[in-house]
Design a protein around this ligand. Sequence first.
Ligand code: PGA
Length: 255
Amino acid sequence: MASANPAFLIAGNWKMHGTMAMADQLTQAIQHGFNHDQVKVVLCPTSLHLTTVVKAAAGSGIGVGSQTCHTAETGAHTGDVAAAMIADAGASYAIVGHSERRTDHGETDEMVCAQAEAALAAGLTPIICIGETEAERDAGEAEAVVKKQIAGSMPTDLTSADVILAYEPVWAIGTGRTPSNDDIEAIHTVIAQAAAGATSDKAAPRILYGGSVKPGNASEILPLNGVGGALVGGASLKAEDFLGILTAAAGVASS
Ligand code: PGA
Protein backbone atom coordinates (compact mmCIF):
# COMPACT_ATOMS: atom_id res chain seq x y z
CA MET A 1 0.00 0.00 0.00
CA ALA A 2 1.32 3.41 -0.93
CA SER A 3 1.64 5.78 2.01
CA ALA A 4 -0.72 8.77 2.07
CA ASN A 5 2.22 10.92 3.09
CA PRO A 6 5.39 9.30 1.76
CA ALA A 7 8.78 10.43 3.04
CA PHE A 8 9.80 11.60 -0.42
CA LEU A 9 8.21 12.70 -3.66
CA ILE A 10 10.55 12.45 -6.61
CA ALA A 11 9.32 14.17 -9.76
CA GLY A 12 10.89 13.80 -13.18
CA ASN A 13 10.64 16.95 -15.30
CA TRP A 14 11.18 15.71 -18.83
CA LYS A 15 11.10 19.25 -20.26
CA MET A 16 10.84 19.35 -24.09
CA HIS A 17 12.17 15.84 -24.62
CA GLY A 18 10.74 12.57 -25.82
CA THR A 19 8.61 10.77 -28.33
CA MET A 20 5.50 8.67 -27.78
CA ALA A 21 7.68 5.55 -27.80
CA MET A 22 10.20 6.97 -25.35
CA ALA A 23 7.45 8.20 -23.01
CA ASP A 24 5.90 4.74 -22.98
CA GLN A 25 9.18 2.86 -22.54
CA LEU A 26 10.61 5.13 -19.86
CA THR A 27 7.38 4.96 -17.84
CA GLN A 28 7.29 1.16 -18.15
CA ALA A 29 10.93 0.87 -17.11
CA ILE A 30 10.32 3.01 -14.02
CA GLN A 31 7.18 1.22 -12.93
CA HIS A 32 8.75 -2.20 -13.38
CA GLY A 33 12.04 -1.15 -11.83
CA PHE A 34 10.83 0.53 -8.66
CA ASN A 35 8.20 0.24 -5.96
CA HIS A 36 8.49 1.69 -2.47
CA ASP A 37 5.64 2.92 -0.29
CA GLN A 38 7.70 5.81 1.10
CA VAL A 39 8.70 7.21 -2.29
CA LYS A 40 6.06 8.77 -4.50
CA VAL A 41 7.12 8.97 -8.14
CA VAL A 42 5.69 11.66 -10.41
CA LEU A 43 6.48 11.92 -14.12
CA CYS A 44 6.03 15.24 -15.93
CA PRO A 45 6.25 14.86 -19.72
CA THR A 46 5.16 17.45 -22.28
CA SER A 47 1.40 17.91 -22.49
CA LEU A 48 1.47 15.96 -25.75
CA HIS A 49 2.82 12.90 -23.96
CA LEU A 50 0.58 13.04 -20.88
CA THR A 51 -1.90 10.40 -22.01
CA THR A 52 0.90 8.06 -23.11
CA VAL A 53 2.47 8.26 -19.67
CA VAL A 54 -0.91 8.00 -17.90
CA LYS A 55 -1.67 4.80 -19.83
CA ALA A 56 1.77 3.30 -19.29
CA ALA A 57 1.64 4.12 -15.55
CA ALA A 58 -1.92 2.84 -15.00
CA GLY A 59 -2.30 0.89 -11.78
CA SER A 60 1.28 1.50 -10.68
CA GLY A 61 0.84 4.39 -8.21
CA ILE A 62 3.08 6.59 -10.35
CA GLY A 63 1.66 10.11 -10.52
CA VAL A 64 1.64 12.15 -13.70
CA GLY A 65 1.99 15.91 -14.01
CA SER A 66 2.19 18.64 -16.61
CA GLN A 67 5.02 21.17 -16.88
CA THR A 68 2.73 24.20 -16.83
CA CYS A 69 -0.93 25.13 -17.22
CA HIS A 70 -2.82 28.20 -18.35
CA THR A 71 -4.51 30.51 -15.88
CA ALA A 72 -7.88 30.42 -17.65
CA GLU A 73 -10.39 27.57 -17.56
CA THR A 74 -10.89 27.62 -21.32
CA GLY A 75 -10.93 30.14 -24.14
CA ALA A 76 -9.05 31.82 -26.95
CA HIS A 77 -5.44 31.08 -25.91
CA THR A 78 -3.75 29.56 -28.93
CA GLY A 79 -1.16 26.96 -28.05
CA ASP A 80 -1.98 26.79 -24.35
CA VAL A 81 -3.33 23.94 -22.25
CA ALA A 82 -5.89 24.41 -19.46
CA ALA A 83 -5.57 22.73 -16.08
CA ALA A 84 -8.91 20.95 -16.60
CA MET A 85 -7.53 19.40 -19.81
CA ILE A 86 -4.50 18.15 -17.92
CA ALA A 87 -6.76 16.63 -15.26
CA ASP A 88 -8.99 15.18 -17.98
CA ALA A 89 -5.92 13.50 -19.49
CA GLY A 90 -5.47 11.67 -16.19
CA ALA A 91 -2.75 13.77 -14.58
CA SER A 92 -2.80 14.86 -10.93
CA TYR A 93 0.01 17.43 -10.73
CA ALA A 94 1.11 20.56 -12.57
CA ILE A 95 4.55 22.09 -12.29
CA VAL A 96 4.13 25.87 -12.38
CA GLY A 97 6.63 28.71 -12.42
CA HIS A 98 9.65 26.70 -13.47
CA SER A 99 12.53 29.14 -14.02
CA GLU A 100 12.64 28.18 -17.70
CA ARG A 101 8.99 29.27 -18.05
CA ARG A 102 9.67 32.42 -16.06
CA THR A 103 12.55 33.21 -18.46
CA ASP A 104 11.24 31.89 -21.79
CA HIS A 105 7.67 33.09 -21.35
CA GLY A 106 8.05 36.04 -19.01
CA GLU A 107 5.97 34.40 -16.32
CA THR A 108 5.70 36.61 -13.25
CA ASP A 109 4.92 35.60 -9.66
CA GLU A 110 1.39 36.87 -10.22
CA MET A 111 0.93 34.64 -13.29
CA VAL A 112 2.43 31.65 -11.49
CA CYS A 113 0.02 32.19 -8.59
CA ALA A 114 -2.91 32.30 -11.03
CA GLN A 115 -1.66 29.09 -12.66
CA ALA A 116 -1.41 27.41 -9.26
CA GLU A 117 -4.97 28.54 -8.50
CA ALA A 118 -6.16 27.19 -11.87
CA ALA A 119 -4.42 23.88 -11.15
CA LEU A 120 -6.06 23.65 -7.71
CA ALA A 121 -9.49 24.48 -9.17
CA ALA A 122 -9.05 21.59 -11.61
CA GLY A 123 -8.14 19.20 -8.80
CA LEU A 124 -4.41 19.13 -9.58
CA THR A 125 -1.63 19.57 -7.03
CA PRO A 126 0.57 22.44 -8.15
CA ILE A 127 4.34 22.08 -7.80
CA ILE A 128 5.35 25.73 -7.51
CA CYS A 129 8.97 26.41 -8.45
CA ILE A 130 11.05 29.13 -6.85
CA GLY A 131 14.78 29.83 -6.71
CA GLU A 132 17.39 32.53 -7.07
CA THR A 133 19.79 33.26 -9.92
CA GLU A 134 23.54 33.10 -9.41
CA ALA A 135 23.82 36.90 -9.36
CA GLU A 136 21.15 37.05 -6.65
CA ARG A 137 22.95 34.44 -4.55
CA ASP A 138 26.29 36.22 -5.00
CA ALA A 139 24.65 39.44 -3.87
CA GLY A 140 23.41 37.71 -0.70
CA GLU A 141 19.80 38.02 -1.84
CA ALA A 142 18.82 34.35 -2.16
CA GLU A 143 16.62 34.30 0.95
CA ALA A 144 14.91 37.57 0.10
CA VAL A 145 14.25 36.33 -3.45
CA VAL A 146 12.60 33.08 -2.39
CA LYS A 147 10.52 34.87 0.25
CA LYS A 148 9.28 37.32 -2.36
CA GLN A 149 8.53 34.46 -4.79
CA ILE A 150 6.54 32.62 -2.11
CA ALA A 151 4.60 35.75 -1.21
CA GLY A 152 3.83 36.34 -4.89
CA SER A 153 3.37 32.90 -6.38
CA MET A 154 1.76 30.81 -3.65
CA PRO A 155 -2.02 31.00 -3.31
CA THR A 156 -3.02 31.81 0.27
CA ASP A 157 -6.41 30.19 0.85
CA LEU A 158 -5.09 26.63 1.13
CA THR A 159 -3.68 24.07 3.50
CA SER A 160 -0.13 22.78 3.50
CA ALA A 161 -1.26 19.52 1.85
CA ASP A 162 -2.71 21.29 -1.19
CA VAL A 163 0.57 22.40 -2.75
CA ILE A 164 4.17 21.38 -3.19
CA LEU A 165 7.06 23.81 -3.48
CA ALA A 166 10.24 23.13 -5.43
CA TYR A 167 13.36 25.09 -4.53
CA GLU A 168 15.48 25.19 -7.65
CA PRO A 169 18.42 27.57 -7.64
CA VAL A 170 18.56 28.66 -11.28
CA TRP A 171 22.35 28.32 -11.39
CA ALA A 172 22.13 24.65 -10.35
CA ILE A 173 19.73 23.62 -13.12
CA GLY A 174 21.45 21.50 -15.73
CA THR A 175 24.90 22.68 -14.63
CA GLY A 176 26.11 19.81 -12.45
CA ARG A 177 26.54 22.32 -9.61
CA THR A 178 24.57 22.17 -6.38
CA PRO A 179 24.50 24.39 -3.27
CA SER A 180 26.34 23.10 -0.20
CA ASN A 181 24.34 20.94 2.18
CA ASP A 182 24.33 23.79 4.70
CA ASP A 183 22.99 26.19 2.09
CA ILE A 184 20.22 23.78 1.09
CA GLU A 185 19.17 23.31 4.72
CA ALA A 186 19.33 27.03 5.43
CA ILE A 187 17.16 28.04 2.51
CA HIS A 188 14.68 25.19 2.97
CA THR A 189 14.20 26.45 6.54
CA VAL A 190 13.50 29.95 5.27
CA ILE A 191 11.11 28.60 2.63
CA ALA A 192 9.29 26.40 5.16
CA GLN A 193 8.78 29.33 7.53
CA ALA A 194 7.59 31.70 4.82
CA ALA A 195 5.29 29.10 3.25
CA ALA A 196 3.83 27.98 6.60
CA GLY A 197 2.80 31.58 7.19
CA ALA A 198 0.68 31.44 4.05
CA THR A 199 -1.25 28.22 4.76
CA SER A 200 -4.44 27.98 6.81
CA ASP A 201 -2.99 25.22 9.02
CA LYS A 202 0.25 27.22 9.46
CA ALA A 203 2.29 24.19 8.43
CA ALA A 204 4.87 24.07 5.65
CA PRO A 205 4.00 22.25 2.43
CA ARG A 206 6.34 19.58 1.11
CA ILE A 207 9.47 21.24 -0.32
CA LEU A 208 11.43 19.53 -3.09
CA TYR A 209 15.02 20.37 -3.95
CA GLY A 210 15.80 20.65 -7.67
CA GLY A 211 18.95 21.38 -9.64
CA SER A 212 21.48 18.76 -10.80
CA VAL A 213 20.09 15.94 -8.66
CA LYS A 214 21.81 12.73 -9.78
CA PRO A 215 22.11 9.15 -8.51
CA GLY A 216 25.50 10.17 -7.07
CA ASN A 217 24.26 13.04 -4.87
CA ALA A 218 20.65 12.02 -4.06
CA SER A 219 21.64 10.12 -0.90
CA GLU A 220 23.39 13.23 0.35
CA ILE A 221 20.68 15.77 -0.52
CA LEU A 222 17.50 13.88 0.44
CA PRO A 223 18.30 13.42 4.17
CA LEU A 224 18.88 17.16 4.63
CA ASN A 225 16.48 18.95 6.98
CA GLY A 226 13.43 20.27 5.19
CA VAL A 227 13.97 18.33 1.95
CA GLY A 228 10.82 16.38 1.06
CA GLY A 229 11.95 15.07 -2.28
CA ALA A 230 13.47 16.17 -5.57
CA LEU A 231 12.54 17.69 -8.88
CA VAL A 232 14.83 16.05 -11.39
CA GLY A 233 15.48 17.25 -14.94
CA GLY A 234 18.30 15.69 -16.98
CA ALA A 235 18.66 12.59 -14.82
CA SER A 236 14.95 11.78 -15.19
CA LEU A 237 15.34 11.08 -18.91
CA LYS A 238 17.33 7.87 -18.52
CA ALA A 239 15.68 4.99 -16.70
CA GLU A 240 18.96 3.91 -15.12
CA ASP A 241 19.69 7.36 -13.69
CA PHE A 242 16.16 8.02 -12.48
CA LEU A 243 15.93 4.56 -10.93
CA GLY A 244 19.26 5.27 -9.21
CA ILE A 245 17.75 8.39 -7.62
CA LEU A 246 14.58 6.51 -6.63
CA THR A 247 16.62 3.73 -5.07
CA ALA A 248 18.68 6.28 -3.17
CA ALA A 249 15.43 7.88 -1.90
CA ALA A 250 14.14 4.47 -0.78
CA GLY A 251 17.43 3.86 1.03
CA VAL A 252 17.21 7.18 2.88
CA ALA A 253 13.52 6.62 3.69
CA SER A 254 14.27 3.19 5.14
CA SER A 255 17.30 4.24 7.16
P1 PGA B 1 18.32 19.32 -13.76
O1 PGA B 1 16.93 20.15 -13.92
O2 PGA B 1 18.02 18.17 -12.86
O3 PGA B 1 18.65 18.91 -15.17
O4 PGA B 1 19.30 20.26 -13.18
C1 PGA B 1 16.07 20.34 -12.83
C2 PGA B 1 14.86 21.10 -13.27
O5 PGA B 1 14.99 22.03 -14.09
O6 PGA B 1 13.73 20.82 -12.82
